[in-house]
Write a protein of this length. Sequence first.
Lengths: 357, 357
Amino acid sequence: MGKHIVVIPGDGIGREVTDAAVEILKKTDEIYHLDFTYEWKDAGGTAYDKYGVPLPEETVNACRKGDGILFGAVGGDQWDHLEPSLRPEKAILGLRKSLGLYVNLRPVKIQDSMIEYSPLKPEIARGTDIMIVRELVGGIYFGKRCESEINDGVERAWDVESYSVPEVERITRFAMEAARKRHGHVTSVDKSNVLASSRLWRRTAVRVHDEEYPDIQLDHMYVDNCAQQFAIHPSFFDVVVTSNMFGDILSDEAAVLSGSIGMLPSASIGKETSLYEPIHGSAPDIAGKGIANPIATILSAAMMLRYSFNEDRAADAIEKAVNQTLEDGYRTGDIYREGMKKVDGEGMTEAILQNLH
Amino acid sequence: MGKHIVVIPGDGIGREVTDAAVEILKKTDEIYHLDFTYEWKDAGGTAYDKYGVPLPEETVNACRKGDGILFGAVGGDQWDHLEPSLRPEKAILGLRKSLGLYVNLRPVKIQDSMIEYSPLKPEIARGTDIMIVRELVGGIYFGKRCESEINDGVERAWDVESYSVPEVERITRFAMEAARKRHGHVTSVDKSNVLASSRLWRRTAVRVHDEEYPDIQLDHMYVDNCAQQFAIHPSFFDVVVTSNMFGDILSDEAAVLSGSIGMLPSASIGKETSLYEPIHGSAPDIAGKGIANPIATILSAAMMLRYSFNEDRAADAIEKAVNQTLEDGYRTGDIYREGMKKVDGEGMTEAILQNLH
Ligand SMILES: CC(C)[C@H](C(=O)O)[C@@H](O)C(=O)O
Ligand SMILES: CC(C)[C@H](C(=O)O)[C@@H](O)C(=O)O
C-alpha cells in the first residue's frame, strides 16, 4: 500500500523547490517506511513550450491516478503575451477544475521566532494562527463569462459570480471539521449586504452550523471588514471560510502579513486526489541560481503526508525539522538577517535533512 | 453665487460628527465669504423609523438640488433584521446610483506625526500617500442578480460583475487627471488573469493612457498582489484605480493600515453633485456620548470645498487647522496616547476652530 506521488515542477524556481521537497520526502520514507513512488510531469510555460498547451492531457491523467500531487509554481514574462487560454495560470485553474480540488487550505501562522519578519508591529502579529479555507472550484472563477458584447453601440464584458447550496454546504462542512481539530471558531466571510450569492452563502453556512456543528462558534464578517481585521487583529481568527474570489485576496493578504511568503505551504483538496504547492510564485528572476527558499514546498509536502496520506507522525517530523533548522539560525537570502547563517537552497535542504528524525 | 449644502447626519454618531463639520464650515464661510446655506435631511435607519424607507424620495430630491452633500454614517443593530431593500446601507447604495456618484475618492496618507498609529512598522508605513479611485456605480454592486433559482433540484444564487468601455474610460480619465495633480503614477488593479470584465478593464485603461495620458506612468497589478503590496510596500503607490468590488476591499485595507480610521475622509463624485463622508461607520456603541472623533467628517467637508466648490484656499485652511491641532497634542479617545491632551468631540472641534484662519 505504497503511495504514488506526481511531481509537477512547472516553471522558474519550481524545479529547485520541488527537487528539495522530494529529497525530504525520500528521507521521510526511509525513516517511516512509506513506500513512495514518483513520477514527473510538465505544466505551465514549460509544458506550453514542449506541447503547445499549458496543461497537457497526459499531466491531468497522471494526476488522476496519483495519490498526491506536489506542484512547484508556474509563470514567467516570456508567456505573458499568449492568449488567456494558453497562459501558464491556466494549468492551475485547469487542474483545480478537472480534479475537483474544491478547497484551498492556506495556513498562516506567525511563529514567535519569526515575528520580526512580519510587516506588522510585533504586538499585533503575535499569536496569529489562521487557517484560511477558500472555495476553489466555484464562484466567479468558473462562472459564465463574456469577453465582449455590444449593445446599442456600447461594448461590455461580464462574469457571473454564482454559488449553489451544495457547494456552500461542502466547503462549510470542511471548515467546521477543520475548526473541530483547532480552536472551534469559524469566521465566514461574505458581502451579504450587497451580493445575492453571499446571502445564499450566509444562510447556508448558518443552517449547516445550526444543524450539524452547534459546538462550533460561527461568526460572519464582511470581506472589507475582514481585510481590515487581518491587519489590526489577526490573532482574532481561527478558521476563515470564504468564496473563491474573496479567498484569493484575503489569503494573499494574510500570507504577506506573516512576512515570510517563502515559507507558506498550501493544499488544494479534492475527493479523489489533492495538490500541494508553495504559495510563492515561480520567481523567474532568481530561477536556476539555487538560492530559492525551499521551505514552503517542503512544508507543502508535509501537508500532503497529513491530509492525503494520514501520516501525521511523518508530517510532524518534517515540520519539526524545519522549525529546528530555523531556530538553528539557517536562512536563505529572502529571510536573511545579520548574524544568521546564510545558506542557498541546497544548504537549507541539507540542514533540514540533518534535523529530520 | 452662494452654495447650498445638504447635510445628512444618518444614524449613530452621524449627527455629532456632521454637527462638528458644519461648525467648521460656518467659520470657514465667515473667513472666506463663501455664502453657504444648509438643509438637513434623513437617511438610513433614522429615515426608516420615520418614513418606513431608508432613503426617502425627499432626501434624494434635496440632494439633486444641492451643490454638495455632507453625509454622516448609517447603520445599527436594530435595523439588521430588516430585509435587504430596507436596510440602512441601501441609503448609501441608492444615493450613489440615483445621483450618479461614479467615483469614490479615498485618500490614505500617513503623516509622520501619526506613524505610531499604523499597525505597520514605521519603516514600512513611512511616506504612504495613496489616492484610491474606486468605480462606484458599476460592477457587481449594480449588476443583475438572482437571490434563488432552482435547477435540477439545486438551489443557486448569482450576481453579475460587468463593465462597459465608457464606464472604464470615465474612471480611468478621472484617475489620470488626479495623477497629473499628484505624482503622475497610476496603478490599475484588476484580476485579468481570470475575469473577462478585468480584461476589458485593462485594455481600456491601456488605450485611454496611450491615447490621452502618455505623460502618466501606468502600471497594472492583480488584486491579490495589490492586497499584499499595500501591507509591505504602501509607499510604492500614488493613484490606484479599480472596480467597485475590489475598491471596497482595498480601500478599507489601506485605510486601516493608516491606523487612524477616525480621521479619513472620502468623496463620492458625480457629474451634477457629490457626496462627502467619513469612512468610519455609525459606531452605535458610542453614539450620543459626545466622544466621537469629528476629524474624518471635518476633512470630508474640506474635500467638498476642494472638489465641489473649487475653494482650494479654504480647503487648505481646514486641513492645516486639523494638522495643527493634532500637532498641538489634542486627541479624542480613539487616538489617545499617554501624555496627550484628551478631549471629547466638542473639545476637538473647538481646538480646530481656534486654529482655523
Ligand atoms: C494564478 C491565479 C489564477 C491564482 C488564483 O487567482 O486563484 C492564484 O492567484 C492563486 O491564488 O492560486
Ligand atoms: C455599506 C456598504 C454597502 C458599502 C460598500 O460596500 O460599498 C461600504 O462598505 C462602503 O465601502 O462604502
